[in-house]
Design a protein around this ligand. Structure first.
Ligand SMILES: [Zn+2]
Ligand SMILES: [Zn+2]
Length: 457
């Protein structure tokens, strides 16, 4: 072997090493365009390099992600009966066919980013509430991601998309979306589907079915919470639950719903006919399979060790507060994700006091709009009244207690802001924020109402 060949050999291996460690398809593309020799190495080892970069970008559940992408692409292929798509999935299980096509490279990252966002939220709720990004260990991460992609695949086959595909391919002998659909037809269809759905889960070992069950519960929880905290408007869909409809559409819609970005306003009508078929979508089938094994849907199968599992609210010590509903200065921003600060009103009749609320530049509404909520909370802790003397920023508090702390101090904070701006403070009204007369402009200007009634702090 001469020196030149030898150096080429070394360079090829080094280049391969560099390329296989790149974090994404985007950086891979940019790197191979930088030189002809790098491009040549890539062409010679394309399959292995692409697979390695795919693992770096998509994560450990790449086989499950690939299976989902392949299913969706097969569903889009015209003239292919749906049953063939399902059969194909059964005969091509995860981990087979490692070659990744260009179309798959294009489709994978968007799915991976949805799963990553969901994992971040899951980690916050089930692992470590101090961080908004995932703190799952590699093993926990693999469990979560595998389950999430499998739920997505299931939703694609048997959820809304599956129904649309079936209708287009006329696999069903009737129109699934017709208003006058025959009850017997829908019953037959439902039975046929539920057999297939059970078969879908039989391919996985029981511990992994349990993991899917926990992720389903998590997805339903975050969809339901988005409704509870007012992120979803105009939701009217007969007696459907939002979390079932979101899951029926798939994990992407669950994520969008949890962010308040899904539009469910127009869903009534379409879903009524699916009531029997899909109510409690996924959870019913999973429960039935786990019951057959003497098991049930449970939580705490994905995370091995949670941070502070026994923490309680240090103000009220209630037992029924979920771990992810506890806040201290490490996660106050998450508190404001579920509590809309602009809807917290100061005490008493202060909102009727236009002088204090609306005058510029120190009216309450004006100050509140421009002060970052995290700074306001910091300042409230500096201004704590006697009743809250023992409350510390590092103490874990439940949503209710922290909300009470904030509302009880909004007028105190407002008064401190006015002083900071050098405004002269009038004499205190004896009734303070409880004064009925403060809607009268003259009275409001003459007296200070940013105080408690005489005798209270
Ligand atoms: Zn509490
Ligand atoms: Zn008054």
């Amino acid at each position: 072997m001469n020196a030149e060949t030898n150096s080429c050999f070394v360079n090829s291996d080094l280049t391969d090493r560099i390329l296989t460690n790149l974090p994404s398809f985007g950086t891979l593309q940019a790197t191979i365009l930088t030189s002809k020799s790098i491009h040549a190495v890539f062409c010679r080892r394309r399959k292995s390099i692409i697979r390695a970069v795919a693992y770096n970008q998509i994560g450990p559940a790449l086989p499950q992600a690939l299976r989902l992408v392949r299913c969706k692409q097969a569903q889009r292929r015209k003239k292919q009966p749906v049953t063939d798509v399902e059969e194909n999935l059964r005969t091509h299980p995860e981990l087979e066919d490692p070659d990744i096509s260009n179309r798959e490279i294009k489709a994978l990252p968007s799915k991976a980013s949805v799963v990553q966002e969901l994992e971040n939220t899951f980690s916050y709720r089930a692992k470590d509430r101090r961080f908004k990004t995932s703190q799952l260990t590699p093993v926990e991460r693999l469990r979560f991601q595998k389950a999430a992609y499998r739920i997505w695949l299931y939703s694609s086959l048997y959820g809304f998309e599956g129904c649309v595909v079936r209708r287009r391919r006329t696999d069903a002998t009737f129109d699934l979306f017709a208003e006058d659909i025959d009850a017997e037809d829908i019953a037959d269809y439902t039975e046929d589907c539920s057999l297939k759905q059970k078969k879908f889960f039989y391919q996985f070992p029981t511990p992994e079915v349990r993991e899917i069950g926990e992720v389903v519960t998590f997805m339903k929880d975050i969809a339901r919470q988005s409704e509870e905290i007012g992120l979803v408007d105009d939701f009217e869909a007969s007696n459907w639950y939002l979390e079932d409809i979101a899951l029926f559409h798939g994990p992407e819609e669950v994520y969008l719903t949890s962010m308040g970005d899904a539009d469910w306003a127009a869903c009534d009508g379409i879903y009524i006919i699916f009531e029997k078929h899909s109510s409690n979508f996924l959870a019913n089938v999973l429960s039935s399979i786990l019951t057959d094994c003497g098991d049930s849907i449970t939580t705490k199968v994905i995370v091995d060790k949670m941070v502070g599992p026994d923490d309680k609210c240090q103000a009220c010590a209630r037992d029924n507060v979920a771990s992810h509903d506890l806040f201290n200065s490490s996660n106050w921003s998450s508190f404001f994700d579920i509590v809309n600060f602009s809807e917290l009103a100061p005490l008493g009749y202060l909102t009727e006091n236009m002088f204090e609320m609306e005058s510029e530049p120190c009216g309450f509404f004006y100050l509140r709009e421009f002060a970052p909520t995290m700074i306001i909370l910091e300042e409230i802790f500096e201004l704590k009244t006697e009743a809250y003397k023992s409350w510390e920023k590092d103490d874990w508090m439940c949503t209710d207690c922290l909300t009470t702390l904030v509302t009880d101090h909004l007028h105190v904070w407002h008064l401190a802001q006015k002083r900071k701006h050098g405004l002269e403070i009038s004499e205190d009204c004896p009734d303070g924020y409880r004064c009925w007369e403060q809607s009268d402009e003259d009275h409001a200007e003459e007296y200070n109402h940013l105080c408690g009634p005489a005798g209270e702090s």
